[in-house]
Each structure stands twice: as C-alpha cells, then as structure tokens.
Design a protein around this ligand. Structure first.
Ligand SMILES: [Zn+2]
Ligand SMILES: [Zn+2]
Length: 615
C-alpha cells in the first residue's frame, strides 16, 4: 500500500483520492468515524484540553466501569452508493486503568445505529475483535505502563492510572447496518459485573485543514486496514504456530440454590441458563457467558472452563461437557474438557481430557463444599481415570499458596505433565520477585524452582483461575482488597505450539510439553537445545547448545536461562525481537534448562524446561 503517497506522481493523495483508491483496491468504503458528539444520548464525562494523546485533541468523552456510562456520537456521512461494499469507520480511541492498583475487570460494547455488534475490552497492545460480520481493530499508537505500585500522570484526566493506551479504532460493518447518505450513530457502553475505574475515551481530532475528514487526514490507519482485511495470523516459530488460551476458569453456576441475592445484571445473565441448580458456584457469570467472554472479548484461541468438582453434582458435569463440545470450533476457538480436582488435603489439580465425553472423579466423594472432610488421594483419581478416560493429563496449581498448598511428595510425572506456574494467585516459580502475588501467604519450599532442584520433570502452563466471569482477562471481584486473583500484569495464558488449532492438537501439545506459560501477553518464544524443542529430553554428555528466539509485543528487558532451578545466566535486551545463544556443560546426571522472558511492562513468559541426560 502506497498511502499516503501516490507511487507514480510522488505526491500525497487527497482524501477523495484515498477513498477512491481504497474502494477500488479493497472493495471497502472508508468513512471518517467522528463528526459530532450526541451529548443528549450520553452520560460520558466530557474532557477538554490538556488531553494526553498522540495527536492534537481539545475535546474527548470518557466512559468507565464505575457507573453504567455510555457515549454516543455521529460519524461523517456514509456515501449514497456504498452498496455492495462493507463500510470502514476510523476514529481515535484511548483506554486505561483509572487507578494505580489492579481493579475488577469488565468489557465494552460497541453499537451502530442501536445494534450491538462488537464486545471488547481494555488492552495495552493492538488487538482485533471479529464478531459475526463486523470487526474492530484497536491500533495502539502510544502506551504508558506505570512501574509496580505507582501511577501515571500524563494529563489531569489520567492521574494515577496503571496503564494508558491511545490509538486508532477501525470498525468494519456490512453496509446493511448503515443508511446511505446519512451519518451513522455509534455508541460505546461500559459493561461490568463489578465496578472499577477502567475507562475508554473517544477523542475529537483538532483540525482545520482536512475538509471535514480529520481522522482520515491525521491518522495512520493503514496498518489497521490490513488487519481488518486479513485478520491476525498466528505467530509462527520453527516447529509450529503459537496459540494462546486460558485453561483455568470457574463460573457462578453450581450446586444448592438458584441465583438469588445478587446484582440484577447477574440475574439477567442467568436467563436461559441450561443448568439446573444454578448459582452458588464460587466463580462468576453463567457457563455460556464464560465461554462467550473467553471467545469474543478475551479473544482466546482455546479455553477450558475447569469447574470445581464440588460445583457439579448429579448430571451437571455431563451438561457442562455438552456445552463445552457445542462451543468447540476448530480453527477459531477450541474448547478443552476439564475440571478441577479440588483437594485441600493433597493439593489442587486440574484434569484435562483429549476426548469429547470424559468421566469426572471428584476429590470429595459426597461432593460437599470444599471443607475439612477426608478426601480421595490423587492415586485413586489417576487409577479411575486410567480405567475410564480416553486420554488425560493432570496439572497441579498455586503450589505455594498457603490456603491451598500442593503436596509435591505425591507428584507423579506420568500424569502431572505440566504445572501451572502463574495464575491469579501469582507466580509459583520462586519465593521472591515482583509477581509472587500479594493476596495470600506463601510456602517458600513448594516452588517450581525447588521442585526442579529435586529433579522433578514437568512443563509449564498458566491460567487465570478466574472467579469473576472474565476468563483471559480476570481480576478479583471487590476493589483493592489485595485478595487473590488481582494481577498487576495479565491474568495468565498458556501458549501451545502446534500445526493447527484443534482440540486434539492443543491437548497433544500440552501432553508433550510443547507449551509454556505467559502472564497473558502474546510473547512468542522458540527455545531449543541441540535442535530439541521446549519440553523435550535429549542425551548429551558434552557441550549443549541453547538457542532462544523471542518476539514480544513490548520491549524485552531480560532473557534468563534457569538451570536445575537456579539462574545460570541472563541477557539484557532492548527491543521486541531478541535472540539468545549460549553453550553450557553438564552438571548433574539430568540437567533441566528453562527460559524466562521479562518485558519492560513486567509481562513474563516461562518456557517449559528441556531435560538433558548426561549419563
Ligand atoms: Zn484450585
Ligand atoms: Zn481453580
């Protein structure tokens, strides 16, 4: 694409020429997405100069999750002859957390002429949401993230924010949603289960020279146009594509009573619930709302609603499997069947299945609430599943958390193939560091590094353990109590490396440890030793050649190599694409090596260890 210049005459295109070029080349009608605010239909807060942006703006309108706020505005006129083309609107957007500490999560809804078309969320990296035949790309052009425990001060409106991102909203809709020759009416609404001060802002560009199309004149929207046209391809590394998912989440649906004394919005959310005995699960949102949040708002490639065993008496497990299978959409959104064996005595393990109709074996035979009753040990769980399930793995989690510690003495590498190194409970990697989690006391001898020092072998995964109905984007539910589940970074995502996005390929990648953990940021890491990929094992008595390639959405600060549970070396970095090349000698009969990548905004990836046999 040559925009903004004409490649023949070597001069800048005029706006009418650009519109003609886009229509001719891509079959899209491009329209400036902001003409005027409709204040009588909005309760947004109006902001005025000075406003921190990446362009000249004197006026903006802001909505947030602390009130049920919404903002409506008109676009420039859609051309009379837009059919049969799709219509693309371009307008500036900004998002941020209104306070310096983590708060509850939520989502935003975008409507055109009164019809809801896209649900999305606050982000600090560029992201594309595609729902039905509409798409929204948020092209982040400027972003600030405050250091842990501090807030930003970019202008009088962003005071104290943890994060502020500013960019370009590019919205594609079919022409049947707009009236030819008229302005379209766009509305954004803040939606949430729990209030927070996370905000979204629509800016009016200050401009006197663009003849009525200031956004097309002042914004570099061409990158976003490409995304809208071609989608976001998965990141590719040398041995497959990298897909990102959340495999640990809980809904509100559960045992005992129907939904009762809760917020009205939650009761509405339960209308049409397919499960009897709903309510009183310790998560949030109904089962289907969790799937739809994961798919549409969090944009996950794969998802497991890993309900607690005690949440599912009677035929509730079977009903959940039916729902999970119905949401499974290979190539777009894969669902994994799984649940949480929730044992206070032996430690929590999530169980993930390869198949479509797996059994469920609870930690408490009477399915009572998680309590101080004797439970079934994991050996019986594995024995039962071995006899009754097609293929499965188990995954210990929040190993160090004092309320729910994990008993490593019962670790069984045959089934405990991976451990969840990061979640809303924080990191279990080591006893120290910025991400250990603030919401519960920790056992320093139950960390991943201690387990690796003992010679245990496993890979890494990560999941939110969401209890707020917002999987893939989870936080706690009440403001700033520093309870578990509040995360300074993303809420945890597992990356799998496989050729295609199907239930079996995602499961097989996890089973063979071709997977790794991230805080949530889409960090692509290619890690090999002597050509053997992450999670693998090899024999080498001599010099081992470690190679690591990283592609990250923010600047990489450091890449660490951790050998046998201790930092062996690290590299200081300064760009989004980095490499590490390192040679090392044998220390133990079996040496483990894993990679940790830390970005400038604290987002982190822990890449599954490679085990090198030296005898
Ligand atoms: Zn748990
Ligand atoms: Zn859980």
């Amino acid at each position: 694409m040559l925009i903004p210049f004409d490649g023949v005459q070597l001069r800048r295109y005029s706006i009418p020429e650009i519109k003609e070029k886009i229509r001719h080349t891509y079959g899209l009608v491009i329209v400036d997405g902001f003409a005027e605010a409709v204040t009588e239909e909005s309760n947004a807060r109006s902001q005025h100069w000075p406003i921190a942006s990446y362009l000249h703006t004197h006026q903006a309108w802001c909505i947030d999750h602390s009130t049920y706020s919404h903002f409506t505005w008109l676009t420039q006129e859609v051309p009379d002859d837009c059919a049969p083309c799709d219509v693309v609107f371009v307008f500036p957007l900004a998002m941020g957390y209104g306070v310096g500490y983590p708060e509850p999560s939520g989502w935003f809804e975008l409507c055109i002429n009164g019809k809801t078309i896209i649900r999305f969320r606050e982000v600090k990296y560029s992201e594309l949401w595609t729902q039905g035949d509409c798409a929204l790309y948020y092209d982040v052009r400027r972003v600030h993230v405050a250091p842990d425990g501090l807030g930003l001060y970019l202008d009088p409106w962003s005071k104290g924010s943890r994060m502020v991102s500013m960019g370009i909203g590019i919205l594609k809709v079919p022409n049947r949603y707009v009236a030819p020759g008229q302005k379209a009416k766009l509305t954004v609404k803040a939606k949430q289960y729990f209030p927070s001060r996370t905000w979204l802002r629509v800016d009016k560009v200050f401009d006197e020279r663009s003849s009525g199309d200031p956004n097309l004149w002042n914004l570099t929207w061409e990158t976003g146009l490409k995304r809208i046209l071609h989608g976001t391809p998965p990141v590719n590394i040398s041995y497959g594509n990298v897909y990102f998912g959340d495999i640990h989440a809980h809904s509100f649906c559960g045992f005992e009573s129907p939904c009762g004394p809760w917020d009205r919005q939650i009761r509405d959310d339960c209308v049409g619930c397919q499960l009897e005995g709903r309510g009183n699960g310790c998560g949030w949102g109904k089962v289907s709302s969790n799937y739809e949040y994961a798919r549409d708002i969090a944009n996950l490639d794969f998802f497991c609603l890993s309900e607690h065993d005690f949440q599912m008496p009677g035929d509730q497990w079977k009903k959940r499997v039916t729902i999970s299978n119905a949401y499974n959409e290979p190539g777009r959104f894969v669902t994994i069947n799984g649940y949480e064996y929730t044992s206070w005595q032996y430690g929590h393990r999530n169980v993930y299945f390869r198949g479509d109709s797996p059994p469920m074996f609870p930690a408490s035979p009477n399915l009572g609430r998680y309590a101080n009753k004797p439970q079934v040990p994991p050996e019986e769980l594995w024995d039962y599943l071995q006899r009754n399930a097609e293929d499965f793995i188990t995954v210990p989690h929040h190993m160090t958390a004092a309320p729910h510690p994990f008993c490593w003495e019962r670790f069984n590498p045959r089934y405990d193939v991976n451990v969840e190194i990061f979640s809303g409970w924080g990191s279990s990697e080591s006893a120290e560091g910025p991400l250990v989690g603030d919401g519960s006391d920790k056992y320093s001898h139950l960390t991943v590094q201690e387990a690796l020092k003992k010679g245990l072998r496993f890979g890494f995964v990560s999941g939110s353990d969401s209890h707020d109905g917002c999987p893939g984007n989870a936080q706690g539910i009440s403001i700033y109590n520093w309870a578990n589940k509040f995360s300074k970074v993303g809420s945890g995502r597992t990356a799998v490396v496989c050729e295609e996005l199907t239930r079996t390929s995602v499961f097989d990648a996890m089973k063979h440890r071709r997977c790794y953990a991230t805080t949530g940021a889409p960090i692509a890491v290619d890690f090999q030793i002597d050509g053997v990929p992450m999670g693998g094992e090899l024999e080498n008595k001599g010099i081992r050649h470690l190679e690591c390639k990283v592609k990250a959405p923010a600047t990489v600060e450091r890449i660490y190599v951790v050998k046998n549970g201790e930092i062996l070396t690290w590299k200081a970095c300064a760009s989004k694409v980095e490499e590490l090349d390192f040679k090392d000698n044998k220390s133990l009969p079996v040496d483990s090596y894993y990679i940790k990548v830390v970005l400038s905004d604290m987002e982190t990836a822990w890449v599954s260890p490679i085990f090198v046999h030296g005898e």
